[in-house]
Every structure is written in C-alpha cells, then in structure tokens.
Design a protein around this ligand. Structure first.
Ligand code: HPA
Ligand code: MG
Length: 229
C-alpha cells in the first residue's frame, strides 16, 4: 500500500512539472491577439500567448529559488533565442528577492550557440563566450534556454560547464519539443512541452525573423518559403 502511494506521488509530480500542449490542439487563431502587421499571413496559430508565458515563468522562478536560493547564483543565458526568457525569468527571481529576507547575489552571463539554418538543426555547434568561465567554480549555475529540441545543445553545454566544477548545475527550458529521442536529457525546469513543430516568437527566430513577436506561434509553410536563405 505504501509503495503504491509513493508511485502515485511520483507520477503526479512528474505530470505537473510542465504544461503539456497536445499534438492535436490547434492553438489560438492569430486574429484573437495583437501581433505586428508585418507578420500577417506568416503564422498558423498562437500556441503560447505572451501572458501565459509570463505566468508560467513566475512559477518557474519560485521553483528555482526553492532549489538554488541558498547560494550565489550564476545565470547562463543561451543566446540568441534565450534572451527574452532569461530577462523575464531574472526579473521574476529579482521580484522574489525583493519580497524576502532570504536573498542571494546573482550574476548573469551570456553565451551563444548556433545550430539552426532555416528550420533544420546543423551539425556544427559552436559555443561563443564560454572560453573562460572560472567564475562558475563553486557556484550554483542555472543554464537558461528558450527551447530544447534534440537536447544536443544542452548536452554539449552541460559537459562544458561541468569542467568548471560548479556546486550545482540546473537547466531551465521554456519549451521542450516532444521528440522520440530527447528523453535522456531534459531540463530540470520546463515551461511547456510542445508538439514537434517549428515555433517562433518571444525571441525565437526563423532565420533571424520573428524575434519581434510576443507570443509563441507556429510559423506557416508560406513564411518558411518567404524567409528562406
Ligand atoms: N524555433 C526556433 N528555434 C528553434 C526551434 C524552433 O522550433 N527548435 C530549435 N531551435
Ligand atoms: Mg535560431
């Protein structure tokens, strides 16, 4: 009996650690929200509206502080796609610190990885700005990524960061794509699990377009052609 109860507890914890967006959910019609006129016709649907991103990020900030808030924190923002999520997450963490007597010093560092051309992942993965990160030694490190697809970026980065012997490393990913092979390496904090479709907005791009869109949207096939390089 006790074992059964424990199993149920583990299952329900797993089930509640992210918002799951199902494959057959069509998303919201783009016309229900405001968006830049220059992207009219480029978007199929809104799958995560900006307000929902902000609300979920606020909760992730609380979970992160509960786990990491006992020691100096270094936030590693993975550019370019992670800039908006990182800025908003750091804002929410700062708000928690303002309202608490238990506060921690926090640094933010930026690194860049690029692996996408059009909507395809490429082989050559290069880390920029991560050469000398000796300031990570002995610190709690939070890697902040906008999206985890194959998990390849995350694995490369974790290996690199581990080399600087931090006290603890955690990963926050706003979005995780539901793929058959990415279960081995998942972020510790996940905003949303989404279908395996190419999404844009909230700093996520398609060939550098769509970062100036607030909501997370599914790009149209038309737009993939229009902005192809
Ligand atoms: N959109 C934008 N960038 C990405 C994606 C995506 O769906 N997947 C990996 N990088
Ligand atoms: Mg990109």
């Amino acid at each position: 009996m006790e074992n059964n109860m424990a199993d149920v507890a583990v299952l329900s914890k797993r089930g509640s650690d992210r918002i799951v967006i199902d494959d057959d959910w069509p998303g919201y019609s783009v016309d229900l929200f405001s968006h830049p006129a220059h992207y009219s016709g480029d978007l199929d649907s809104v799958i995560v509206p900006h307000g929902v991103i902000m609300d979920r990020t606020e909760r992730l900030a609380r979970n992160i502080m509960d786990d990491l808030g006992d020691h100096d924190l270094v936030v590693l923002c993975v550019l370019k796609g992670g800039y908006q999520f990182c800025a908003d997450l750091v804002d929410k963490i700062k708000a928690l610190s303002r309202n608490s007597t238990r506060t921690i010093p926090m640094r933010v560092h930026f690194i860049r990885l690029k692996s996408y051309m059009n909507d395809q992942s490429t082989e050559d993965l290069h880390i920029v700005g991560a050469e000398d990160m000796t300031f990570l030694t002995g610190k709690n490190v939070l890697i902040v990524e906008a999206i985890v697809g194959t998990g390849k970026t995350m694995k490369t980065l974790l290996k690199h960061v581990e080399g600087f012997r931090p006290k603890m490393i955690k990963v926050a990913g706003l979005l995780v794509k539901r793929l058959p092979h990415n279960t081995a390496c998942l972020p510790d904090y996940i905003g949303f699990e989404i279908p395996n479709r190419f999404v844009v907005g909230y700093a996520l791009d398609y060939n550098e377009y769509f970062r100036d869109l607030n909501h997370i949207c599914v790009i149209s096939e038309n737009a993939k052609m229009k902005y192809k390089i």
